[in-house]
Write a protein of this length. Structure first.
Length: 291
């Protein structure tokens, strides 16, 4: 069987095609490799020069191995844009496999435009609802929550009135009246140090909206992505060190603090990076001039 271990050195684009065929993917062609490079699924090859003439450009051993991983994961996704999370996750978590220039193209492919960017916004809204929605929240409130957040993710400006409506939509799923109206209690999820309140969720949504809008404008550059990666790595290192204590404090929500599997790291890379990029953008707005 042709596996990662079968690849021991760099190779030309023809070698990549041969790798794919040997691994049981006869539909891979030179043209498709070029298309995947343009989308950030693969990196551009490195040019090799000689004293006279030039050799064929070559892809690193890690990029050849990445191709096999992409071909394997391709069977699990409906669209090529979703496959962009593979190089994005590798860039986010591990050094030496995916350069930032490739990650930036993969990021644009994952977010996409039109229907695809709407899917990304809706996926974020549904994922957030699963985290914060109360079990007794009604279907109408849940649908409104997803619809409101999806619209914001697609570039809708968050006005003062819009923020008030967002606050209501979040409160309706987090603190349904049937449970909280009479008691006057406020719901806060997670550990005592950083509880997820209605206001915190609204801030989360504002961050996602800012990140998507800036990405669609083409203004999320490599510098911002690298800063977001550094922040994410540092925060995740802190989180993993405290995960056991957080789970113990969370009671019935302890499952939220289990260690993510490798598959989950791939599946969640885009949304995680989206949130960090958004938080960093909002933090930048809050900095005084000259910082």
């Amino acid at each position: 069987m042709y596996t990662w271990e079968s690849i021991t050195g760099p190779g030309s684009i023809e070698d990549l095609v041969a790798d794919a065929h040997a691994a049981g993917h006869p539909d891979m062609t030179v043209r498709r490799v070029h298309d995947w490079i343009a989308k950030g699924l693969l990196d551009q090859p490195r040019l090799r020069t000689r004293h006279r003439g030039s050799d064929k450009a070559e892809h690193s051993v890690n990029q050849r191995r990445l191709l096999l991983l992409l071909l394997d994961k391709r069977q699990q996704v409906a669209h090529l844009s979703a496959l962009a999370q593979v190089p994005l996750a590798m860039w986010l978590w591990w050094d030496g496999y995916v350069p930032t220039r490739q990650a930036q193209r993969a990021w644009m492919t994952w977010v996409g435009r039109g229907r695809r960017s709407q899917e990304v916004a809706r996926e974020g809204a549904v994922g957030l609802l699963e985290q914060v929605g109360h079990q007794l929240a009604g279907e109408t409130a849940r649908a409104r929550f997803v619809r409101t957040i999806t619209a914001l993710g697609n570039g809708k400006t968050l006005t003062v009135r819009g923020r008030a409506e967002l606050l209501d939509a979040v409160r309706d799923v987090m603190e349904p009246e049937s449970v909280f109206a009479a008691s006057g209690l406020v719901r806060a999820l997670g550990p005592a140090q950083t509880p997820m309140t209605v206001e915190a969720v609204v801030g989360h949504v504002e961050a996602l909206s800012a990140a998507l809008s800036r990405t669609l404008d083409g203004t999320v550059d490599s510098t911002l992505l690298e800063r977001a990666r550094a922040i994410h790595r540092a925060s995740m290192a802190d989180y993993l060190a405290q995960r056991g204590d957080l789970a113990a404090q969370a009671g019935e929500l302890a499952g939220l603090f289990r260690e993510p599997t490798l598959q989950e790291q791939f599946d969640q890379a885009g949304q995680q990076l989206l949130l960090v990029v958004g938080m960093e953008l909002l933090r930048g707005r809050a900095r005084p001039a000259g910082w």
